[in-house]
Design a protein around this ligand. Structure first.
Ligand code: SF4
Length: 294
């Protein structure tokens, strides 16, 4: 009899090896939606040659505003064996990828730990997750992941329940990001400006929810003083056509964006990235150093 899955904070107990799908909708086997060079991450991740992304199908969170529902809920993708995944990652390295970037990997955490141990990749490994990772899973990844790239979506359990069906998200993500930062330490860059190790905390600014963004900035400042992490503020929120919540049926306004970036400029956060409002996920302005404006 196969084991009940408790790989992520949902701990839903699905018998994945027997074909049962849990909250994440992912089978036991890897299902990969896309493998390719990606140029729209933070500059220290994408660089000039691109980040070697592997997009996993399935997701343990289920956000109402998800832009990738075919992948996160629809099971879109191709099944891959461990050996095929290792070859795909090495192929990206041969194409010049600055790093191997595992996107939405949380529901495969323990299997990926085994794969990464075998793969012996010549470039940094990036764990690009929603932040909804269990401490047990992160401990299994210690020494195998060089760069953590988690979201901190909300600090309000009510928001997390409403938008992601996960009222425990704030507590889980906060603990996970502390563990990630403990593993990586402060950000370290190579001479080429690429991030070699460290943790980047991403936050998507959402319309009508500006106080949440200010809370997240405060949290980062309080938890990681003296540049313990990089903060990446994202402004690309795009409403889905069937959005059930009226407040999320529009993009961010310039006024909302300005409130958040003005607030950030007054905080004691030394390094990070702010996405341009017009970028819609395609461009980042260069790294800023807020120590200059304090
Ligand atoms: S990884 Fe998927 S099946 Fe396993 S506990 Fe999490 S949601 Fe359930």
């Amino acid at each position: 009899m196969s084991a009940a899955c408790r790989a992520c904070p949902r701990r839903c107990g699905a018998l994945r090896a027997s074909g049962e799908l849990g909250v994440c909708r992912a089978p036991e086997d890897f299902v990969v939606a896309r493998v390719g060079l990606h140029f729209w991450e933070e500059p220290c991740i994408s660089g000039e040659r691109g980040s070697g992304t592997v997009f996993f199908s399935g997701c343990n969170l289920g956000c109402v505003f998800c832009q990738n529902r075919d992948i996160s809920r629809g099971g879109h993708g191709r099944r891959m064996t461990d050996d095929e995944l290792i070859e795909a990652m090495h192929s990206l390295c041969r194409e010049g990828a600055h790093n191997i970037n595992l996107v939405t990997p949380s529901h495969y955490a323990f299997r990926l730990a085994d794969v990464l141990r075998r793969a012996k990749l010549p470039v940094p490994v990036v764990w690009n997750s929603s932040g909804y990772d269990s401490i047990e899973a992160l401990r299994a990844l210690e020494g195998l992941v060089d760069i953590y790239l988690p979201d901190m979506k909300y600090l309000s359990p009510d928001m997390a329940a409403k938008y992601s069906r996960a009222p425990d998200y704030p507590a889980v993500a906060a603990a996970a990001i502390r563990e990630m930062q403990r593993q990586t330490g402060a950000p370290k860059f190579g001479e080429d400006g690429m991030l070699r190790s460290g943790t980047i905390v991403r936050h998507l600014i959402m319309p009508e929810n500006i106080p949440n963004s200010l809370d997240v900035i405060d949290w980062v400042e309080r938890e990681f003083p003296r540049g313990g992490v990089l903060l990446s503020l994202m402004a690309q929120y795009t409403p889905m056509p069937d959005m059930p919540y009226p407040e999320l049926r529009r993009r961010l306004t310039a006024e909302e964006y300005g409130r958040v970036t003005d607030y950030l400029a007054m905080c004691d956060i030394e390094q990070g990235y702010v996405q341009e409002l017009e970028a819609a996920g395609e461009e980042y302005i260069p790294e800023f150093d807020l120590s200059d404006v304090n």
